[in-house]
Ligand binder design. Structure first.
Ligand SMILES: Nc1ncnc2c1ncn2[C@@H]1O[C@H](COP(=O)(O)OP(=O)(O)OP(=O)(O)O)[C@@H](O)[C@H]1O
Ligand SMILES: [Mg+2]
Length: 508
C-alpha cells in the first residue's frame, strides 16, 4: 500500500496563491489559494457561488486570472487556452462530459492525437490495445468499440479519466463528478481515484456531499465568498467544523419537518406502465402531504415523474388530477391545471442560460404576467425578486445572464421558476442536488411550508436522510416497479434500503 503524501510538507504539484478573477463588476474570486500535492486527493468545499468552479476554470485554461500566482511543479504558468493546460499535464473532469457521441469509446480517448503506423495510417489496433490496458489498470469494464452515445454519465466520466491517463496527466480535477451517479458508480469512481493517487498523481475533488469528502479525500480546502479560508487534513476536522468555516455560522443540514394537515386526494396514478421503463405504478397524493419517492439511481423514478407531468408518454394506466382525467403527453395542460415538475437535470431541461434570472424565474408564468399581450418588466422583476430572495439565489443582478451563475445557484433558479407557478401538485426531482449545506435546509423549510399551505408534494430523492426527514409517506421503486410503501413511522433506513435493493446486507 502506498501511503498518501502529506500535502502540507511535500512539494506542491500545483499551487495557486491569492488569485483574483472578476467578470465586469462581479468579483468571482477575491483571493483563491490552493496547494495540491502528488499522491493526495484534495477536497475543495464551499457554498454555492464561493468560487470553486472559477478556480478550476483558471487551472483548466478556460479563464485567465487577473492577478495572483499560479505555479506548476514550481514554475509560474499563465494558460491562455485549455490546450495549454492539457499539455502541461492537467485534466479536468466535469459533471457532464463532452464526448463525441458517434465515435467509439476508443476514438474518444484518442481524439485529436491518434497514433499512426509506419505508412501514416491511424493505428486502430494500437489505440484499442492501449484503451483496453487503461481500463484493466482502472479495473473497469467498458467495451472499447461501442459508440459513446447512450453511455451513462458514469461511463462517460471513466472515458474522460482514461483520456487523462493516456495523456499521463499529473493533476486530475473533478468538479462535482458524483452528482449524477448511483451509489455503485460512485464507488467505482472512488476506486479509480484512489489508484490514481497511489500512482502519485495529484487529485482535486469538489463535492457538496461531506460523506464523499470524508470517504475519499485526505486534505480539505474551504472557500468562502471567493476567498481561501483554510486547509486542513481531514483526519483533524469534522463536518460541523467545515460547515462553520464554509457558512460562517452553525447550520443544521436537515430542517425539521413542519406538521401539516393532510387533506383529500389531489393526484391519483393508476397502473402506469411504459414498456421497459416502469410497470404498473399506482399511488395517490393528498393535499398537504409530502410523499418521498426513494430508490437507487436508475430505478425509474424520474421517468414516472416525467410521464405524470406529460413530457414523456406511457402505454397504459391513467393519471387523475382533482378528480378529472389528465391527458397524457401534454405538459402545457398539466401546468395549466396546477402541476409543476422541477426536473433532475436542471441545467439542460429547465433554463434558458443566456436569458436573465428574472426571465427564467418567470418563464412558466409569462401568460399570467402579460397585459394586453405585453409583459410588464416591473411585474416580472417583482415576481423574480420574491423567489430569488426566498431561495437565496446569489447573483449580481436579476438581469444577469443565468449561465454566469454558479451551478448551485442555477439550480435554485429552476426551483424558483416552478414555485412561481403556484402549483397545487409539486413534483421535485432531487431538489437539493448540487445545493450547498446552508441552502439545503432552506429548501427543506420551503417544501415544508408549501405542504402546510396545502400543496401536494412528490419528492424524488436519492438521499435517504432527506427522504426520511421530509416525507409523510415513503414509496420505494426498484427496477421500474413500486416495491415498498411506508408511513413516516415505518420508514426506517433498513426498510427503505431493503425495498430499494432487495438486499438484506445493503439494508443492514
Ligand atoms: N462568466 C461569469 N460571468 C459572471 N459571473 C460569473 C461568471 N462565472 C462565475 N461568476 C460568478 O462567480 C461566482 C463564483 O461562481 P463559481 O461557479 O465559481 O461558484 P462555485 O463555488 O463553483 O459554486 P457551486 O457550488 O454553486 O457550483 C458566482 O457568484 C458566479 O455568479
Ligand atoms: Mg461550481
Amino acid at each position: 500500500m502506498v501511503l498518501a503524501a502529506d500535502p502540507q510538507t511535500s512539494p506542491p504539484a500545483l499551487e495557486l496563491t491569492r488569485v483574483v478573477k472578476s467578470f465586469g463588476p462581479v468579483i468571482a474570486l477575491r483571493s483563491g489559494s490552493l496547494r495540491l500535492a502528488a499522491g493526495s486527493i484534495h477536497a475543495l468545499v464551499g457554498e454555492n457561488g464561493a468560487g470553486k468552479s472559477t478556480l478550476v476554470k483558471i487551472i483548466a485554461g478556460l479563464y485567465r486570472r487577473d492577478s495572483g500566482e499560479f505555479t506548476l511543479g514550481g514554475r509560474s504558468v499563465d494558460f491562455t487556452s485549455t490546450a495549454q493546460s492539457k499539455a502541461a499535464g492537467i485534466a479536468v473532469i466535469y459533471q457532464e462530459p463532452t464526448l463525441f457521441p458517434d465515435l467509439s469509446v476508443t476514438e474518444n480517448i484518442f481524439m485529436g492525437r491518434q497514433p499512426t503506423n509506419r505508412v501514416g495510417r491511424i493505428d486502430r489496433r494500437a489505440m484499442r490495445e492501449e484503451a483496453v490496458r487503461i481500463f484493466e489498470r482502472l479495473g473497469v469494464r467498458l467495451d472499447p468499440d461501442r459508440v459513446t452515445e447512450g453511455l451513462s454519465i458514469a461511463d462517460q466520466q471513466i472515458i474522460e479519466i482514461a483520456k487523462a491517463i493516456s495523456l499521463d496527466a499529473r493533476v486530475l480535477i473533478m468538479d462535482e463528478p458524483t452528482a449524477a451517479l448511483s451509489g455503485v458508480e460512485v464507488e467505482r469512481l472512488f476506486a479509480v481515484a484512489r489508484s490514481l493517487r497511489d500512482e502519485g498523481r495529484a487529485l482535486l475533488f469538489i463535492s457538496h456531499r461531506f460523506d464523499e469528502v470524508f470517504a475519499l479525500c485526505d486534505t480539505v480546502t474551504v472557500m468562502r465568498d471567493g476567498a481561501y479560508v483554510d486547509t486542513t487534513p481531514l483526519a483533524d476536522t469534522t463536518v460541523d467544523d467545515l460547515v462553520r468555516q464554509m457558512v460562517g455560522r452553525d447550520v443544521t443540514e436537515l430542517f425539521p419537518k413542519l406538521p401539516a394537515d393532510v387533506g383529500d386526494v389531489v393526484l391519483s396514478v393508476e397502473g402506469l406502465t411504459r414498456r421497459g421503463v416502469f410497470t404498473d405504478i399506482s399511488f395517490d397524493l393528498r393535499a398537504g402531504e409530502i410523499v418521498g419517492l426513494a430508490g437507487l439511481v436508475g430505478a425509474g423514478r424520474s421517468e414516472v415523474a416525467r410521464a405524470i407531468f406529460g413530457v414523456d408518454s406511457y402505454e397504459s394506466g391513467s393519471v387523475t388530477l382533482h378528480g378529472a382525467h389528465l391527458p397524457k403527453g401534454n405538459p402545457q395542460k398539466a401546468t395549466a391545471r396546477g402541476v409543476a415538475l422541477v426536473p433532475e437535470d436542471r441545467r439542460k431541461q429547465g433554463l434558458v442560460l443566456d436569458d436573465g434570472v428574472s426571465r427564467n424565474v418567470t418563464l412558466a408564468i409569462r401568460s399570467k404576467l402579460a397585459k394586453w399581450g405585453l409583459i410588464w418588466t416591473g411585474l416580472e422583476n417583482a415576481a423574480a425578486r420574491v423567489w430569488a430572495s426566498r431561495l437565496e439565489v446569489k447573483t449580481n443582478a436579476l438581469d444577469a445572464e443565468t449561465g454566469t451563475l454558479s451551478g448551485g445557484n442555477q439550480q435554485k433558479v429552476v426551483l424558483g421558476k416552478w414555485l412561481a407557478t403556484e402549483p397545487t401538485v409539486l413534483i421535485v426531482d432531487e431538489p437539493t442536488r448540487g445545493i450547498d449545506v446552508g441552502t439545503k435546509s432552506e429548501v427543506h423549510r420551503l417544501l415544508s411550508e408549501l405542504a402546510q399551505q396545502g400543496i401536494a408534494i412528490l419528492m424524488i430523492s436519492s438521499e435517504l436522510p432527506e427522504v426520511l426527514g421530509m416525507a409523510d409517506r415513503v414509496l420505494v421503486m426498484r427496477e421500474g416497479r413500486l416495491t415498498g410503501q411506508f408511513s413516516r413511522a415505518e420508514a426506517t433506513p433498513e426498510a427503505v434500503m431493503f425495498a430499494a435493493t432487495a438486499d438484506a446486507e445493503a439494508a443492514a
